[in-house]
Design a protein around this ligand. Structure first.
Ligand code: PLP
Length: 463
């Protein structure tokens, strides 16, 4: 699909709420490789297949709704990121995008590091055998118990997010007889989202310590005096679903300025700089994300240039992509239930899931695309809104898209690019049973997170 002015002027069905028009793709049966994972294609019967398995078979075996994750694509993306950054830099997969034991094993095998932001994520990482030194622990309000577990496990770094935490982590480390490697998370006054960034964003947010007003410098000053801490670097994370590198450029420049200040004041050159995650992916054909090697080159050049200007040795760079690794690797498969045409408006297509398996549309007004997956069709395009089965009118999965007009109950439709922040943000709203995640690779499919059952729900309800 493309969002462009309609050549024949607005037709009622094309008028979008944001004031632009959504034109149907020339052929709705074609799967745009930008939004689908690498092994997805249509077979000779027209069915969408992943890892060589048609969706009809997957639906029969695993039910719907379900997330199908293309393991080969996941591993490819891990390799693309680590190859792009090379041995002189570190790639941390942001576990909050989607974490399971299988994912941890894949990351370990592909040589990536892992970001966690809660005790639960840390437990998953350790249980699946991720070496603790390859784990970084984030979060603006880690509990003392979480900090104790992380330090005791020997995590490679803890990202300090506040003045209280500097003292807390130092205290825990000292009482355990450790010296914990830490980075200090700063807010650089840059906010980046998709194609825009603001370089003078206010510091009015819960994360990090502001560079403004010398607060970050003060944090470094205090951390350097504490025996329990080894301050290894500065951390900054500026947004999500970012395509434009300009925000990273401003952020890197400001972080390097702090490194120079630290050197001038303390005679210490901090060896690491973490520029966070937030790299964008294609949710629809309109999105054009950059390749990891372009991003690596761009970030490397910026940091090298700024450090040369400041007379600093170039620090070791790390990045933390979550969405950019797992997002494109999975699609959600739904069965069409009811179809409600509204003359002159659009057709509402209800599926057997909804905001409980994909909250992003309701929460962020996110855009997704959708395709008829169980078959092809030569019918006319019909403007649809794909909605869920929840008791909530904002329960929308795909706001505006085209599906063939002969769509019928029982058809399977697939929403691509749901690998990140869908299962990990899934809920039990309306006592929905959270869908399974099924990994598919080379003609084999296996459940890596099983479907919830009513027994699971009732087990927590202790009467
Ligand atoms: C969320 C987050 C990430 C990952 O963001 P993506 O948009 O998934 O790449 C990385 N680092 C930090 C600190 C985060 O909070």
């Amino acid at each position: 699909m493309s969002r462009s002015a309609h050549p024949a002027g607005p037709r009622h069905a094309d008028v979008m709420s944001e004031g632009h028009y959504l034109a149907p793709a020339d052929d709705l049966n074609v799967l745009d490789e930008k939004v689908w994972s690498r092994t997805v294609t249509r077979d000779e019967h027209g069915a969408v297949t992943v890892g060589g398995i048609p969706v009809s078979r997957l639906a029969e075996e695993f039910g719907t709704p379900a997330y199908f994750l293309d393991e080969a694509d996941f591993r490819d993306r891990c390799r693309a990121w680590s190859d792009a950054f090379g041995p002189g830099a570190d790639v941390f997969y942001a576990g909050k995008a989607f974490l399971s034991r299988a994912v941890v094993r894949w990351l370990k095998e592909e040589g990536l590091n892992l970001d966690v932001c809660s005790g639960g994520e840390l437990a998953t990482a350790l249980d699946a055998g991720m070496p603790a030194e390859r784990i970084a622990f984030h979060g603006n309000n880690k509990t003392v118990e979480e900090i104790e577990r992380a330090v005791a496990a020997g995590v490679g770094r803890i990202v300090l997010d506040s003045f209280q935490e500097i003292v807390r982590v130092a205290h825990v480390a000292q009482s355990l007889g450790r010296r914990q490697r830490v980075q200090i998370r700063v807010t650089v006054g840059v906010e980046a989202h998709t194609h825009e960034f603001i370089a003078t964003a206010h510091e009015d947010q819960k994360f990090g310590i502001a560079l403004a007003g010398g607060q970050a410098a003060e944090a470094v000053r205090r951390a350097l005096t504490l025996d329990g801490l080894e301050v290894v670097g500065i951390h900054s994370h500026i947004g999500s679903q970012i395509f434009d590198m300009a925000g990273f450029e401003v952020s890197a420049r400001r972080v390097v300025r702090l490194l120079a200040e630290v050197r001038d004041e303390h005679g210490v050159e901090l060896p690491e700089i973490d520029l966070g995650g937030g790299l964008g992916i294609a949710y629809t054909s309109d999105d054009d994300p950059r390749e990891p090697h372009e991003i690596a080159k761009s970030l490397g050049d910026i940091v090298t240039r700024e450090c040369e200007a400041a007379g600093l040795a170039t620090p070791r760079i790390s990045v933390e992509p979550g969405r950019a690794i797992v997002g494109p690797t999975a699609f959600t498969l739904y069965e069409v239930g009811t179809i409600k045409p509204l003359e002159g408006l659009r057709t509402y297509v209800s599926v057997d899931g909804g905001m409980s398996d994909n909250i992003r549309t309701a929460l962020y007004d996110a855009e997704y695309s959708v395709s008829l997956a169980s078959r092809t069709s030569d019918a006319e395009p019909m403007l649809v809104r794909v909605v869920g089965k929840h008791c909530e009118s904002g329960d929308i999965v795909v706001k505006d898209a085209y599906l063939p007009a002969d769509l019928a109950p029982g058809d399977l439709i697939a929403v691509p690019a749901t690998g990140a922040y869908c299962r990990s943000m899934a809920s039990n709203y309306n006592h929905a049973l959270r869908p399974p995640v099924v990994a598919v690779r080379d003609g084999e499919a296996r459940v890596i997170v099983r479907r919830e059952t009513e027994e699971d729900l009732l087990r927590l309800d202790v009467g």
